[in-house]
Design a protein around this ligand. Structure first.
Ligand code: ADE
Length: 227
C-alpha cells in the first residue's frame, strides 16, 4: 500500500511513521507513506496556499490551485483508490472503514487547515471525507496519522500473530474484555480465577461476557448500532 499525504505542516507527520508498527510495515515493504508539502505546488512567490473567505465570518481558506496541481501530478504517476479529506465535518471514522481501506492499493490524504478548504476541492477531487470525532483539531495531520495507523496495522503481515487485529475492540462490535498478566496476585488484587483454570471454553465465555458488560457500561450505543 502507498499513502500520499498532502499537508501544509509536513513536520507534524515526521515522527508517527518512523516507529513501532508503522516502521515495521515500512521496513517489510508492506506500506509506504509519502508526506508532501502543498506549498511545493504553490505558484505564489511567497508560497501561499490560503486566502480570505468570500464571507465575513470565516477565516483563511485553503485555495484550490496548489491542491489541484498536487493531486493531478500524483494521479499522473499512478492510480489512486481514494482521495480522502480529513475534516471534522466528514463521516465519522469506524473500524469497518479501517478494514476496507486496508485492502486498497494507493490512497491520497488531504489534511485540512485554517477554516477549511475551498468547497470546489471537495466537490471535484475528494472521494471520501473522514472525521475522527466530534471535536476540532488545528489541522487534519494528527487525524491523518491516526487513520493511517489504524489502516496500516491491518495490512496482512504487519502485525505478528500475538498482536492480531482480529481480537481488537470493535472488530466484533464490542469493546475488548479486560486483560491480565503475572503476577496472579498483586498485593491481594487477584486475577479472575477462570483465567487460571486452563479451561479454554470457560475462558472464552468469560471474555465474551466481560466484553459485553464493558460495552454496555461504556458504549451502549454499540449494542444497538445495526450499521
Ligand atoms: N481536522 C480537524 N479536526 C478534525 C477531526 N475531528 N477529524 C478529522 N480531521 C480534522
Amino acid at each position: 500500500m502507498r499513502i500520499d499525504i498532502l499537508t501544509v505542516v509536513p513536520e507534524l507527520l515526521e515522527s508517527p511513521f518512523n516507529h513501532s508498527i508503522m516502521k515495521r510495515a515500512k521496513d517489510k515493504g508492506l506500506a509506504e507513506v509519502h508526506v508532501h508539502d502543498i506549498r511545493d505546488w504553490s505558484t505564489d512567490k511567497h508560497r501561499r496556499v490560503d486566502d480570505y473567505a468570500f464571507s465575513a465570518t470565516a477565516g483563511m481558506v485553503m485555495t484550490i490551485e496548489p491542491i489541484e496541481r498536487a493531486i493531478t501530478q500524483l494521479k499522473s504517476e499512478r492510480d489512486y483508490d481514494e482521495v480522502i479529506f480529513m475534516t471534522p465535518d466528514g463521516k465519522p471514522f469506524k473500524q469497518q472503514d479501517a478494514n476496507s481501506l486496508s485492502l486498497k492499493g494507493n490512497l491520497i490524504i488531504l489534511c485540512g487547515h485554517y477554516k477549511g478548504v475551498d468547497q470546489r476541492v471537495r466537490d471535484h477531487f475528494i472521494t471520501m471525507e473522514i472525521s475522527i470525532g466530534d471535536f476540532v483539531l488545528t489541522g487534519g495531520e494528527l487525524a491523518a496519522s491516526l487513520v493511517c495507523d489504524s489502516i496500516i496495522r491491518l495490512i496482512p503481515g504487519v502485525l505478528s500473530d500475538e498482536t492480531s487485529a482480529l481480537t481488537d475492540s470493535f472488530q466484533d462490535g464490542l469493546l475488548s474484555p479486560p486483560v491480565y498478566t503475572r503476577p496472579a496476585d498483586y498485593k491481594g488484587w487477584k486475577v479472575p480465577e477462570v483465567l487460571l483454570s486452563g479451561n479454554e471454553k470457560k475462558v472464552e465465555e468469560w471474555k465474551l461476557e466481560q466484553a459485553y458488560i464493558r460495552t454496555k457500561q461504556i458504549r451502549p450505543d454499540l449494542l444497538d448500532d445495526d450499521e
